[in-house]
Design a protein around this ligand. Structure first.
Ligand SMILES: [Zn+2]
Length: 238
């Protein structure tokens, strides 16, 4: 019986390993998906910034065209000043020239503003581009590592299953049956040591009579509260 219990503890270790491997199969694809989201968000932010810079530049070019038109008008009206016949026409031209000059001054201010805006957004874009590039690079490396980890999982599972089969053969059949049944119902530890007179799975106090049976190791003893298989504290020595 003691030999069976010893083998059972090893079997439990293997089962825990198998459980971890199965968990990888869920965790890794989830992580890969999260990474995909992080990357596409960063790429979207970068694309938005490219659009922002392009908008500012487009705006600036438009103002520069407007500026040129206004400057040409001023020249044209100034030329016309010499050929007007009446004071009224002269005043009207002067008013128009002043209006165009005001417009020119507004446009020049706006263009300067846009140039400085463009410079700082361009700078932000370059920073963002660098950060995105290194993010993509880092994610790609992580992705490769996770994918190779994932592709190795099935092989690891096969190895562990083999290991499990060999271990299971060292456990007496009735003991194995109890273990397998408990394992299906409980998550995690199925074989637990008694610690300070209590089941370390559920902390139920073990009666002295039962403690004695566990120490004798002649039959399989389960915790009457949680059903876990009990072994003596500190492994299996008497
Ligand atoms: Zn218990």
């Amino acid at each position: 019986m003691q030999e069976s219990l010893r083998a059972l503890l090893e079997l439990q270790e293997t089962d825990r390993g198998l459980h971890d491997l199965e968990q990888y199969k869920v965790d890794i694809p989830n992580k890969l998906e999260d990474m995909e989201t992080v990357q596409s968000e960063a790429e979207t932010r970068l694309a938005d910034q490219v659009t922002k810079v392009a908008e500012i530049e487009k705006n600036r070019r438009q103002r520069e065209q407007d500026l040129q038109i206004a400057q040409e008008r001023v020249q044209k009206y100034q030329g016309q000043l010499y050929s007007v016949k009446t004071n009224k026409e002269y005043d009207a031209l002067q008013t128009e020239i002043q209006a165009q000059k005001n417009l020119i001054s507004e446009l020049e201010d706006a263009i300067l503003q846009l140039i400085s805006e463009s410079e700082s957004e361009q700078e932000a874009l370059e920073t963002m581009r660098g950060e995105t590039e290194s993010l993509v690079e880092r994610l790609s490396e992580e992705r490769k590592a996770l994918e190779s980890r994932l592709s190795a999982v099935d092989e690891d599972v096969a190895v562990k299953m083999d290991e499990r089969k060999r271990m299971a053969m060292r456990v007496e059949n009735p003991v194995l049956k109890v273990y397998n049944r408990i394992r299906r119902n409980l998550h995690g530890m199925t074989v637990v040591p008694v610690k300070k007179g209590a089941c370390s799975g559920c902390f139920h106090i073990i009666p002295l009579q039962i403690m004695l049976q566990i120490r004798q190791g002649r039959r399989l003893v389960s915790c009457e509260s949680c059903g876990r298989i009990l072994v003596v504290e500190e492994g299996l020595e008497h």
